[in-house]
Design a binder for this molecule. Structure first.
Ligand code: SDX
Length: 432
């Protein structure tokens, strides 16, 4: 089959070049512009990289118009219904669903790394009690490279595998330690007899002075939320991890950079912002007034949890989380949760509003997730930390895919320069 090409003509001087087009398995093809500057002396211009394929990847596929999300080809709806977070982690890291033996071995490897160095625990004492948990988590993760000199050769596949097990296991322990520090309570050590999410709940909520009983409803809800948040193609935080990792920086530093990028309210910080927004709106009667603000650009107010760079249809994760809200709240005996009722009405009214319809703004993964986190007792400041725990799997999968690619090069975008042309220095005595 002859390769498809695009013809590009510079009409100012009749120069032209043929651009090769590469097709993926599914989804849009890409125009290879590697020789564009050499042949025509120009760059492409795409602020925010909205129309730029920064890499080739085999991990996750999104069709934003159809509302499709596939992890290694498997629809996220099927994984949400039938799989577990640990099985999805294995799938994202190893490309295939595991056999029972492979999954048991993977879970065993994760469990082997759940504790963190006692010196790392002392880092938390340096933070104020009211430090934001994302600040503590990103700082402690960045510091992990100081403890693992034995496995820092990023070109050694075994070192990359140990890193993957360590960071996936320890991010939960670090997250819980940040929460405990905020409460002024002692750190609770992990329990390797528990599954990943039950252990996280145990480390978040148990106290030394009394037994703690894990609520299976809460553990199942967390497991589902972590499946849905595990990966999402080249989103801002994953692209940050790839860019940081492309310099050869150690993987802990790259993941810490991803945690920082995720923190922003336009990205993973939106789940925390949605709850604040719902509390600010307060009642259904205030919805029209708030939406008027969200539609007024000068207000700098946005309908948090709505809109997406890629989804111009329902975010499939939002649909699943909304249905889960119903189940979790009723099983926890909180089906009359006022914030959930308000969120449902807000969604209903916004989806009938021409402003949101015309811009194809739908609820995204962050719109309902905070309501479930709240219902299972997670404090608002920890919502984005929960997102980071799940997304660590995706960050690691993408970092491994990039580092394992022999064609990997340091990421280095170019620019359109609109500053002053060359000019000569003048001494201060001659300046007006
Ligand atoms: C995540 O990339 C990923 O995959 C991210 C993520 C993942 O799993 O990694 O899915 C997780 O980050 C979800 C998004 C969470 N963020 C929010 O919920 C914050 C609120 N949403 C927005 O700020 C916004 O929708 C973004 C940041 C999500 C998307 O920004 P874009 O693609 O740059 O959209 P845009 O600003 O170009 O919006 C197009 C229009 C603009 O109006 P016009 O200039 O055309 O008149 O829609 C408006 C925007 O002003 N708009 C909104 C809006 N989102 C977009 N107006 C009001 N409220 C909003 N939420």
């Amino acid at each position: 089959m002859t390769q498809k090409t695009f013809e590009l003509v510079d009409q100012s001087n009749d120069r032209k070049m043929t651009l090769p087009v590469r097709a993926g398995t599914i989804g849009p093809s890409v125009v290879d512009i590697a020789k564009l500057n050499k042949e025509l002396g120009v760059f492409t211009y795409d602020p925010g990289f909205g129309m730029t394929a920064a890499t080739e990847s085999r991990i996750t596929y999104i069709d934003g118009d159809a509302g499709v999300l596939l992890y290694r080809g498997y629809p996220v709806e099927q994984l949400a219904e039938k799989s577990t977070f640990m099985e999805v982690a294995y799938l994202l890291l190893h490309s295939e669903l595991p056999t029972r033996k492979q999954l048991d071995e993977f879970i065993g490897n994760i469990r082997h790394h759940t504790m963190i160095n006692e010196s790392l625990l002392r880092f938390f004492h340096g933070f104020h009690y009211d430090a934001h948990p994302m600040a503590m988590v990103s700082a402690v993760i960045a510091s992990m490279s100081a403890f693992y000199h034995d496995s820092m050769d990023i070109y050694n596949p075994r070192h990359r595998e140990i890193f993957a097990h360590r960071i996936i296991a320890k991010i939960a322990t670090i997250a819980a330690a940040a929460h405990k520090h905020s409460l002024g309570q002692p750190h609770v050590y992990p329990r390797n007899d528990l599954d990943y999410c039950s252990n996280l709940l145990h480390m978040l909520y148990a106290v030394p002075c009394e037994p703690y009983e894990i609520d299976p409803v809460a553990a199942q809800a967390l497991d589902l939320l972590f499946i849905l948040h595990a990966d999402h193609e080249q989103n801002a935080s994953t692209s940050t991890v790839r860019l940081a990792g492309s310099t050869g920086a150690n993987p802990y530093a790259a993941v810490a950079a991803g945690v920082s990028a995720l923190w922003g309210p336009a990205h993973g910080g939106a789940n925390e912002a949605v709850l604040s927004m719902l509390e600010q709106i307060g009642t259904v009667d205030n919805i029209p007034k708030f939406l008027a603000q969200a539609k007024d650009k000068s207000s700098h107010v946005r309908l948090m949890g709505f809109g997406h760079r890629v989804y111009k249809n329902f975010d499939p994760r939002a649909k699943i989380i909304r249905e889960t809200c119903h189940k979790v709240l009723s099983r926890l005996g909180r089906s009359d949760n006022p914030l959930f009722e308000l969120a449902l009405r807000l969604e209903e009214i916004a989806l009938k509003d021409e402003y949101f319809v015309a811009r194809k703004l739908y609820p995204n993964v962050d719109f309902y997730s905070g309501i479930i986190y709240s219902a299972i007792g997670i404090p608002r400041s920890m919502f984005t930390v929960m997102f980071a725990i799940a997304r660590t799997v995706g960050w690691v999968a993408h970092w491994q895919e990039m580092i394992g690619d022999p064609a990997m090069r340091i990421g280095r975008p170019r620019q359109l320069y609109t500053g002053p042309a060359r000019r000569e220095y003048t001494s201060i005595a001659k300046r007006a």
